[in-house]
Design a protein around this ligand. Sequence first.
Ligand SMILES: Cc1cc2nc3c(=O)[nH]c(=O)nc-3n(C[C@H](O)[C@H](O)[C@H](O)COP(=O)(O)OP(=O)(O)OC[C@H]3O[C@@H](n4cnc5c(N)ncnc54)[C@H](O)[C@@H]3O)c2cc1C
Ligand code: SF4
Length: 549
Amino acid sequence: MNTASAVEREAMEYDVVIVGGGPSGLSAAIRLKQLAAEAGSEVSVAVLEKGSEVGAHILSGACFETKALAELFPNWQELGAPLHTPATDDSFLFLTEKGSWKLPTPPQMHNEGNYIISLGNFCRWLAEQAEGLGVEIYPGFAAAEVLYHDDGRVKGVATGDLGIGKDGQQTHNYQPGMELHAKQTIFAEGCRGSLTQDLFERFKLRDGVQPQTYGIGIKELLEVDPALHQPGKIVHSIGWPLTSDVYGGSFLYHLENNQVAVGFVVGLDYKNPWLSPYEEFQRFKTHPDIRGVFAGGRRIAYGARALSEGGWQSIPKLTFPGGLLVGDTAGFLNVPKVKGSHTAMKSGMLAAEAVFANLGADNAAAEVSGYAESIKSSWLGQELHAVRNIRPSFKRGMWAGLVLSALDTYLFRGKAPWTLSHHADHTALEDKSLHARIDYPKPDGVLTFDRLSSVFLSATNHEENQRCHLQLRDETVPISINYARYGAPETRFCPAGVYEILGEESGQPRLQINAQNCVHCKTCDIKDPTQNIHWVVPEGGGGPNYPNM
Ligand SMILES: Cc1cc2nc3c(=O)[nH]c(=O)nc-3n(C[C@H](O)[C@H](O)[C@H](O)COP(=O)(O)OP(=O)(O)OC[C@H]3O[C@@H](n4cnc5c(N)ncnc54)[C@H](O)[C@@H]3O)c2cc1C
Ligand code: SF4
C-alpha cells in the first residue's frame, strides 16, 4: 500500500529506477545508457543498493561465464574487467566418509573459457562503468516499499525511514525515506527479493507456474599456502557428509593471490529438521581428500546467501504495469551449471532493451510485455529450458537424480517431452520425532569454526536501535509449532546464529532473535515451516560488508 500520505517524503523522478546493484541490475542500467547513447537520446537511471557499497552484499562462487559480459562490453579486457584467473582444471568427486571417486564431469560443468572471480569485485567494476555512463547509484539505500499510482501501476519505490527505534518511535537520527518515481521500475533484488514477494501477491505473478525452490550456499574465503595454490583449479563434489536424500554439494575454486573459495550448497527441500547446513559445511572441510589444501591456511571471509533453484518452470510472469523482474529474483539461475551471473546479466540487458524501446514509443505501454518474449527466444531461455528437468530429478534422492539427469542430458539432450514439477521447500520439513538428532562435532578453531566467529568475519553490522527486520506473523508459533514439532529448526538453518531458544532449563522456552547478526541470506523467509518469519529490509547500509565474495 502506498503510505506516502502518512509521511512527508521528498520525491525524485527518473525514467527508470532499478532496485538492486547486483549483476542483473547493473547490467540493465548500463544497457539503458548504452542504448540512449546509440540513439542520441537521454534516459535517466537510478540504482538503489541496500549494502553499504556496491558489492557489500554480493556473495557468489564464483566461476563466471563471459557470454553476457562479452555482449555488454565486447572490449571488457581493455576496460580492465577484474577477470584474472582462467579456469584450468575441472574435477567432480563423489565423497564417501573416508575416500572419493572421480565422476565424469557433466557437460554443464565444463568450465573451459570461464574465469574464477570475486563477483563482489566484478559488481564494483560494473558500478564504475555504469557511473561513467551517467547512472546514479545510491548505495546504503534499501527500497522498503513499492509505490503505486491510483490506477494500480507501479509508480516507483520508497526507501525506508531511518531512525525509527525498536519501540516504533522516532529517534534523534530520524530521517524520512525518499520516493523514487519512474516510468518503469526494474526489480533486481537477487534471490527471494522482499519487494518481489509483495509484487508476486499483488499482480498474481506466480499463478500457473511451479513453486520456486531454493538452496542455501555458505562460503568461506581462505588464504592458503602458496605451495598448495593452483590458480584456476575447480573441484565440485557431491555425497558425504550429506545423506543421499539431501540435494547438495560443494565447490572449491582457486582464485588469484593464493586465495581459495570453498563453499557448500544444501537444497532447502531437506526433510530432517535436525540438519544444519552450516555444520554440514564445516564437516565437509574435514574430509581427508579435501582438507589438505587448507593446511597452514587462514580464513579471511565468511558469508551465506540463498540461490534460486527452480529454473525454467518456476519463472513467474516477468512484467506488470510499471515494472519488470530481472536476475535471481525472477529465478534465472542455471542449477546444473551452478551459475546465475551470466543469466542475471543477460536478463537485465534484455529488460533494458524492452524498456528502452517502450520509452521511445509514441504510445508507451504501461506493461513492457515484449521482455518475456525476448527472454524465451534468447540463449538464456534456451539454456534454462534445456536443463529444466535436472533439479527435480533429485526429488527421489541422489542416486535416482544422477540416473534421471544423465538420461535427460545424454539421451534426450534437454528435449524430453515432459517437464518435471517442484514443491515449496517449507512444506518438506518433517516432524522431529521421525528423524534422529544429528550429532555434529565441536569446531576445532583451525579448520572448523562456530557461527559467531564466522559472522564476525562477514563484518555484519546493523543499527541496534531499529525495528526488528525479522518479523513474526504470530509470536506464539516459534514455540507452539516450530519448537514443539520441529525442534526449532531456525536455530539450525540460519547460518548466522540469529535464532536462539533460551529458557529451556526452566521449562519456559522462548525464541530470541539476534537480528544484528543477519547476513541477509533469506533462508528463514524460505524454509520456516509455518512461513511465520517475514524478512523485510532493515535500515539501508546494514548487513554484511563482504570484501571480495
Ligand atoms: C554460494 C553461491 C555460489 C554461486 N556460484 C556461482 C558461480 O560460480 N557462478 C555464477 O555465475 N553464479 C553463481 N551463483 C549465482 C549468482 O551469484 C547469482 O545468480 C547472481 O548473483 C544473481 O545476480 P542478481 O543481480 O540477480 O542478484 P544479486 O547478485 O543477489 O544482487 C542483488 C543486489 O540487490 C540488492 N538488494 C536486494 N534487495 C534490495 C532492496 N530492497 N533495496 C536495495 N537493494 C536491494 C542486494 O543487496 C544485492 O546487492 C552463486 C550463488 C551462490 C549463493
Ligand atoms: S536471519 Fe534469516 S536471512 Fe538472516 S542470516 Fe539468518 S536465515 Fe539468513
